[in-house]
Ligand binder design. Structure first.
Ligand code: XIL
Length: 386
């Protein structure tokens, strides 16, 4: 506990030593850098996925979200199934409330997600509509086009980046998932069609392919790299790849993650870490699990910062009380999994301080820079005092 409390002070001392990392950051008048201020200094987005219930006017969580994050992703409310309960019917109440909050607080908006084949992706009515149609492929293409126009068209100019296609690969394997409605009806090139539809509906947004479970699975990562490379070669309108970064089975490996981000960047694509969480059970054997978790978060941030193509990191939930991992079998067995940056009481965890410190440590020469970093770290130290 003592080590935890004095970690920022130790960093402060280290930074004031000659030759230590130097940085300039505008951390406001209290010298306490928020995540978004530190991320702006480092030149990347730091984002949050959340639900409208966290954004109520005057609520403590809304204040923290506005202060700490420069990017917002709807955790569920822009999924096709969440928007459309019946054919031709759309309800934008919840997605609009998220978009309005982002605009009011100068946050970048990530659209998540236009086309996702897994449960939670397409609405239930689609299966019956498509399979009972005389020409299922034409019917599905028509529905996809209408969906892209209706949703990406509506948010054109407001959504900066869309996860156009989510999780096209098999969950544990390496090929395109054959067991989704899209692949069954349209074949593997449904992915290409999806990007073309999104580009027509909103030519101005960046278009991402978002994939899960690749960070600790080299074979699946190679399949993702091959798919992304093939899309680029075929001039499909794709701008980037998101690695979800749900580290549910193994701790992040900084070198491996950096190599993956670099390989995707080498294709000429942008990259982001789109759904980061790192459960505490991964560190159960460590003497100080919260510190080990903090170090893992810093590793992920440093991997992104080392790769010019990496433009943002998004955490998948605000506090440990609202993580999806607590209801995801089999990981839910270890509940509470505590994978996020803020604890159940909305207090920043050691992982939060480690992320801010990693973002602020982006070097920039000059004595003023040294002083600014020192003051920012002093702010973090003051905040930790009882
Ligand atoms: C999850 C949400 O967090 C849950 O609330 C919901 O019940 C299921 O979906 N990959 C994704 C996200 O791309 O959309 C998923 O979000 C988590 C896995």
């Amino acid at each position: 506990m003592l080590a935890e409390r004095f970690a920022p002070l130790a960093l402060l001392v280290a930074c004031l030593l000659p030759g230590a990392a130097q940085a300039v950051a505008d951390c406001g008048s209290d010298f306490t850098c928020s995540l978004r201020e530190a991320a702006a200094h480092a030149g990347i987005y730091f984002g949050l996925a959340t639900k409208p219930s966290a954004l109520g006017t005057g609520s403590p969580s809304a204040a923290v979200i506005a202060r700490e994050f420069s990017s917002l992703t709807p955790e569920n409310d822009m999924k096709w199934s969440a928007l459309s309960e019946a054919p031709g019917v759309y309800d934008f109440t919840r997605s609009d409330s998220l978009a309005d909050f982002a605009a009011a607080h100068d946050m970048r908006l990530r659209g998540h997600t236009l086309f996702w084949g897994r449960p939670n992706g397409p609405p239930q009515w689609i299966d019956a509509t498509v399979s009972s149609a005389p020409d299922p492929a034409a019917t599905l293409r028509g529905l996809m086009q209408e969906h892209a126009q209706t949703v990406a068209g509506r948010y054109a100019g407001r959504i900066e980046t869309w996860d156009v296609v989510n999780e096209p690969l098999e969950l544990l394997g390496a090929g395109i998932d054959a067991d989704t409605l899209f692949t069954r009806v349209l074949g593997e090139r449904w992915v290409d069609e999806a990007f073309h539809l999104a580009a027509v509906a909103d030519p101005g947004a960046l278009r991402f392919l978002n994939e899960t479970n690749v960070e600790s699975n080299p074979a699946k990562f190679e399949a993702l790299l091959a798919l992304a490379g093939r899309l680029v070669a075929d001039q499909v309108p794709i701008d980037g790849v998101g690695l979800q970064a749900h580290f549910l089975q193994a701790r992040p490996n900084r070198a491996q993650l950096e190599a993956q981000l670099t390989a995707l960047g080498d294709l000429g694509l942008l990259v982001e870490l789109t759904e980061l969480d790192i459960p505490l059970y991964l560190f159960a054997a460590d003497p100080e699990p919260l510190q080990a978790q903090a170090a893992a978060y810093a590793d992920v941030v440093n991997a992104c910062l080392a790769v010019p193509a990496c433009r943002g990191i998004t955490v998948w939930g605000l506090t440990d009380a609202d993580t999806w991992v607590d209801s995801l079998f089999p990981f839910s067995i270890a509940r509470p999994t505590r994978p996020l940056l803020f604890d159940e009481a909305l207090a920043p965890k050691p992982a939060y301080d480690a992320v801010v410190a990693a973002l602020l440590a982006v070097p920039e020469p000059g004595p003023a820079a040294q002083l600014a970093l020192g003051l920012a770290l002093l702010g973090a130290f003051r905040r930790q005092r009882p």
